[in-house]
Design a protein around this ligand. Structure first.
Ligand SMILES: Cc1ncc(COP(=O)(O)O)c(C=O)c1O
Length: 369
């Protein structure tokens, strides 16, 4: 089976991990954590970095640090991972979702304004799959309505919007270092901000809200969302290779584009637009309506050819867990629903070989031509 993702761990990962073990610094107190926070925030052009256990809890920290709570509304794309709306709901706030753009697969920015109410506190921007969300219209909206931006750049580490790093637009931004991301710590994540108070609050929330002077007396509730020094050691080694990884990801995407662009019954990722060129976190395919089965069926057929795939996100507004809470009743977002039904992605991990790319492209061609 060609795996949908396999990371590349061929830099200083082992060396830095051995340093942790030899020194005994394996908890979150080790120096690699601080270094990863500093190096990563510098790379994205932010003042403060707070390393956390994964990209999902980074969203919990970000939303709670902003003081978003009961009765507040947060606008986000419906086409994204559950972690986004889950963090909003866990904070006691209300997720308000927006349909997707059929070409970039990001939140359709011209549909945001009609969702803003007097209760709206923030827009949670999520960059999806490879092309960033169009930020300029969002920056105008937050200025006009005095809202905050939470920017989830989990999928687009190293990507830019009009030359500015993704993750540098949010009042607070979040990242994931899960194994399929451009750089990985196995499990891990980061919160970035330029705001000293938000950084302080995020650090407290990450660490059970231990607040000096008297340890073990708590005025607020936090979580243990700390990252270990072992994870950060791997993260530093990965960050050293980020530029190389971005080149490799773009190469994988470009080769797939060349091999698959002749197939008329499928939509491929947008190569570039006027603000970014695709970084191909994943290589998505959306089947045109003429194909008489859905993505799950196509994935089964590819699995029979030993190709591992993953379905696209299932839209937030259709999630049973939220419907059962009384959320999103009667709401429909046709673009996101279609993406959820007809989209899937093919192997494109950093460790993929040219031979594997050709085999995948052959199988996809066989299936859809
Ligand atoms: C946009 C987005 N946000 C958050 C996450 C959650 O990250 P993690 O898996 O590290 O919890 C993901 C995971 O893929 C993601 O794609």
């Amino acid at each position: 089976m060609i795996p949908v993702n396999e990371p590349l761990l061929n830099g200083n990962e082992k060396k830095y991990l051995c340093e942790c073990i030899d020194s005994g610094w394996i908890s979150s107190e080790g120096s690699f954590v601080k270094k990863l926070e500093e190096d990563f925030s510098k790379r994205v052009g932010r003042k403060y970095g707070i390393a956390v256990a994964n990209g999902s809890v980074a969203l919990d920290v970000a939303i709670t640090a902003l003081g978003i709570g009961k009765g507040d509304e947060v606008i986000l794309p419906t086409f994204t991972i559950i972690s986004c709306a889950a963090a909003i709901v866990r904070a006691g706030a209300i997720p308000v979702v927006v349909d997707s753009d059929p070409i970039t697969w990001n939140m359709s920015v011209d549909k945001i304004e009609s969702k803003i109410t007097s209760r709206t506190k923030a827009i949670l921007v999520v960059h999806i799959y490879g092309i960033p969300t169009d930020m300029d219209p969002i920056l105008e909206l937050v200025k006009k309505y005095h809202l905050k931006i939470i920017e989830d750049a989990a999928e687009l580490i190293g990507q830019t919007y009009k030359g500015k790093p993704c993750g540098s637009f949010g009042d607070i931004s979040t990242f994931s270092f899960y194994t399929n991301k451009h750089i990985t710590t196995g499990e891990g994540g980061m919160v970035l901000t330029n705001d000293e108070a938000l950084a302080k609050k995020s650090r407290e929330l990450r660490n059970l809200c231990f607040i000096p002077p008297r340890r073990f007396i708590h005025k607020e509730l936090g979580w243990n969302f700390r990252m270990t020094n072992l994870q950060a050691a791997v993260g530093i080694a990965q960050l050293e290779k980020l530029d190389e990884f971005i080149i490799k990801k773009r190469k994988i995407g470009t080769v797939y584009n060349e091999l698959l662009s002749g197939i008329r019954s499928i939509q491929l990722p947008l190569k570039y637009n006027d603000y970014a060129s695709n970084i191909y976190w994943v290589y998505g395919i959306v089947m045109n309506d003429e194909i008489p089965y859905d993505a799950m069926e196509a994935m089964k057929k590819l699995a029979n050819l030993e190709i591992d795939t993953r379905p696209f996100f299932y839209p937030t507004h259709l999630q049973p867990v939220f419907r059962n809470m009384g959320l999103f009743h009667g709401e429909h977002y046709p673009v996101a629903e279609r993406l959820g039904e007809r989209g899937f992605y093919i192997p494109s991990g950093l460790a993929i070989t040219d031979e594997q790319i050709y085999r995948v492209a052959d199988a996809v061609t066989q299936l859809f031509k």
